[in-house]
Ligand binder design. Structure first.
Ligand code: B12
Length: 484
């Protein structure tokens, strides 16, 4: 039995979210680490999870704590890269330290950046099977006497060859065919009371997150498809329903957010899950994310009956040219139809919109703002496009000559964090111009009589008034500060 420490690198909430949004933005538990811990535990290992976003600790204290384990694993999304590198560099100062694995979406797309920062092995893709094999190969070994000779037979990893210093990549790991072999995420190892308390997504808190599937059939240019691929794999309906009840009955969830990219993609599957929730009287508000082409009235009505209150739809743009350019494979009419159907099913709608895409013009963005206002939606989220490694836009942005990946890597936390300074500015725009129109999008969408009245009509309790005030304050502060 090995002792394994799984870590989300220490990072402040203020570094994660757009300026002013820390109070209302929603931070969810690191479910990826939860699945890995559960799988390793089922195979006899002992795991601990440290989430550096919600559990604060001094970096050196975390390093000293790590020395007591056989293996250390770090989860690295691109937004965490600099903080992960800092932790890796601090660990190098300790001799007789355990082997360090890195996994997650950044480790999958740019493993070399973490290997040169001091990680021993980068896990590429899904981590459950690979981490179990790595624990078998590495547990009991310590630095500086690490023997990597057994690693070449393990699929889905990258490491530095000790002689040449070159990156060695082993053969691809096949996706896990039957997701039900993975136990429910080990939420008992996570500080669950710290999650799901944000009012941005649900007023019924704690709102806990879960996943019913992995993968997305979409090929959008801003999205990274390297982790779970384009084929959707699903947990069985019975297993998904079980997780809903665990969230409600063990973790006191007052609402549940399904993080799946497109939960209703296969109507028959969604129907089975929703019918079981209705039959077993789950009765908590649920939110889902969906592509506009997956939406149909019967499934939305069933979702509403099962407790569904929110649907988030990626509308992205009000310019058909931009939708085509980002390979959304949807028309503006399909978007309008999806919004109308969701309203007909009496659901609240959160609309996602993107701006600052390659080849986009200010006129395209103005069309997006007009489009957002023309839809009967309740919440609009406008994001400045960030070309993430693993997305087609990462390549498109580099080709345009307007984007320097090294600058991006050095500046992805702190003042360059996403909405504070645009990471990528399309040809023909300026950073100031882009920030200004982004700010305008929020003001134009929210400071309308119809929206203000809609929000006021939703007020039921004192908490609703506080939430409304907090949301309004964030918007106002953003409107006043950004783009100056
Ligand atoms: C939920 C979610 C969020 C939530 C919470 C994130 C959280 N706490 O995990 C919120 C809303 C906060 C969020 C915010 C953002 N997100 Co987000 N989010 C997701 C989403 C939909 C699900 C994450 C998840 O739980 N996945 C399921 C688990 C099982 O997968 P996983 O975490 O990747 O873990 C597996 C492997 O990666 C690996 N693994 C992971 N860690 C480790 C560690 C070790 C040691 C090992 C061995 C293996 C391993 O094994 C796991 C199990 O197989 C993903 C898309 C997706 N479907 O994954 C996007 C995604 C992670 N987000 C993304 C982005 C871009 C963002 C934002 C930057 C958006 C923005 N511009 O503001 C912000 C970043 C905020 C920040 N600073 O971190 C991108 C990341 C791209 C990148 N290169 O980093 C993704 C991949 C979406 C996409 N397809 O493009 N996000």
């Amino acid at each position: 039995m090995a002792k394994i420490l799984l870590i989300v690198p220490p990072m402040k909430k203020s570094e994660m979210f757009a300026r002013g949004a820390e109070a209302t933005a929603s931070y969810a538990p690191p479910l990826g680490l939860g699945y890995i811990a559960a799988y390793l535990r089922e195979h006899g290992h002992n795991c601990e999870i440290f989430d550096g976003v919600v559990q604060s600790v001094d970096l050196q204290a975390l390093c000293r704590h790590a020395l007591a384990f056989d293996i250390v694993g770090i989860s690295v999304g691109t937004a965490y890269y600099l903080r992960a590198a800092e932790f890796l560099s601090s660990l190098q100062g300790y001799t007789n330290r355990p082997p360090v694995l890195v996994g997650g979406v950044h480790a999958t797309n740019l493993p070399e950046t973490l290997l040169v920062a001091g990680a021993d092995v980068a896990v590429i893709g899904e981590g459950e099977y690979t981490s179990l094999e790595l624990v078998g190969a590495l547990a009991g070994q310590r630095h500086p006497f690490l023997d990597k000779s057994d690693l070449t037979g393990i699929a889905g990893i990258a490491f530095l060859d000790d002689g040449s210093g070159e990156v060695v990549k082993t053969k691809r790991r096949q996706p896990i065919a039957d997701l039900d072999v993975i136990p429910l995420p080990a939420r008992d190892l996570l500080p669950m009371h710290t999650y799901g308390t944000s009012i941005a997504r649900s007023t019924a808190t704690p709102s806990h997150a879960m996943l019913a599937s992995r993968g997305c059939t979409g090929v959008c240019s801003f999205c990274n498809h390297s982790m779970f691929g384009k084929m959707i794999r699903r947990f069985s309906p019975a297993r998904v329903v079980e997780e809903f009840f665990v969230l409600r009955d063990v973790y006191n969830a007052k609402s549940v957010a399904l993080w799946d990219d497109n939960f209703i993609e296969e109507a028959a599957y969604a129907q089975e899950v929703l019918e079981q929730l209705i039959h077993r009287k789950f009765r908590l508000p649920i939110s889902i994310e969906a592509r506009a082409d997956a939406v149909s009235l019967p499934i939305l009505q069933l979702f509403k009956k099962a407790g569904g209150d929110y649907i988030a739809i990626g509308f992205e743009s009000g310019s058909q040219r931009m939708l085509d350019s980002m390979k959304k494979n949807l028309t503006l009419d399909q978007m309008r139809e999806a919004a109308a159907l969701a309203k007909e099913a009496k659901l609240k709608i959160r609309g996602y919109f993107m701006m600052g895409m390659p080849t986009e013009t200010y006129e395209d963005i103005r069309q997006t703002i007009r489009f957002a206002k023309s839809l009967d939606i309740d919440v609009a989220s406008f994001s400045l496009m960030v070309p993430f490694p693993g997305s087609r836009d990462y390549i498109r942005a580099q080709k345009s000559g307007q984007f320097d990946p090294d600058f991006f890597m050095k500046g992805i936390v702190g003042e360059f964090n996403f909405l504070k300074t645009p990471i990528y500015v399309p040809e023909g725009m300026t950073p100031e111009g882009l920030l200004k129109i982004h700010k305008n999008a929020y003001s134009q969408f929210y400071f309308r009589l119809a929206i203000v009245l809609k929000k006021l009509a939703e007020v039921r309790t004192a908490q609703d008034i506080i939430n409304l005030f907090k949301g309004g304050y964030t918007l106002l502060m953003n409107a006043l500060s950004r783009g100056k």
